[in-house]
Ligand binder design. Structure first.
Ligand code: HEC
Length: 150
């Protein structure tokens, strides 16, 4: 094996690994996660809780505590957050919740649907009702939304 070939193999392997991360990343994360046939119904659901600092604080406590969201989504909401090794999650990586485009394209109802049903084929499991009550889920989503604030 000459060194040029070897370099090619290494670079190729690196590209393969980087592929899912970099490939159209900004576009891929905007694709709806709720199945098409349920999207309209999911989007019609709205957060019943008022947006207040107290509610967001409750959501933060859940996100970082009992609901262990931070393990995958990072304490800063940006994704892996350094808590887990890249590659240890199956399927797509968690969103960057601070991404303004992503925040703008998702409705609260879609995020709630994912918390309730999980996202098939990914590490995102269902959290309602086993981990979170419906009210807690809405609190945690207020916190997720707060990542998108200036
Ligand atoms: C085991 C890792 C893991 C944990 C724990 C986890 N998530 Fe996720 N989550 C993911 C992954 C991976 C995705 C991306 C799924 C996809 O691309 O469809 C995701 C997706 C999401 C989405 C949908 C993003 C979108 O683009 O619509 C929301 C909302 C979400 N998570 C919120 C939470 C909240 C809130 C918690 C805590 C209650 C939590 N997650 C816990 C891994 C996790």
């Amino acid at each position: 094996m000459n060194s040029c070939f070897r370099t090619g193999v290494v670079v190729g392997a690196l590209l393969l690994q980087a592929g899912p991360l970099s490939w159209g990343a900004s576009q891929a994360i905007l694709r709806p996660r709720v199945p098409r046939d349920q999207l309209e119904a999911a989007r019609a659901v709205t957060n019943p809780l008022p947006v207040s600092d107290a509610m967001i604080a409750k959501g933060k406590t859940l996100f970082e505590g009992k609901a262990f969201c931070k393990v995958c989504h990072g304490i800063d909401g940006k994704g892996l957050g350094g808590d887990i090794a890249p590659g240890s999650l199956k399927g797509p990586l968690p969103r960057n919740f601070t991404d303004k485009d992503w925040q703008a394209v998702r409705t609260d109802g879609e995020l709630y649907w994912i918390l309730k049903n999980g996202s098939k084929g990914t590490a995102m499991a269902s959290f309602i009702p086993l981990v979170l009550t419906e009210e807690e889920a809405w609190q945690v989503l207020l916190y997720v939304r707060s990542f998108g604030r200036p």
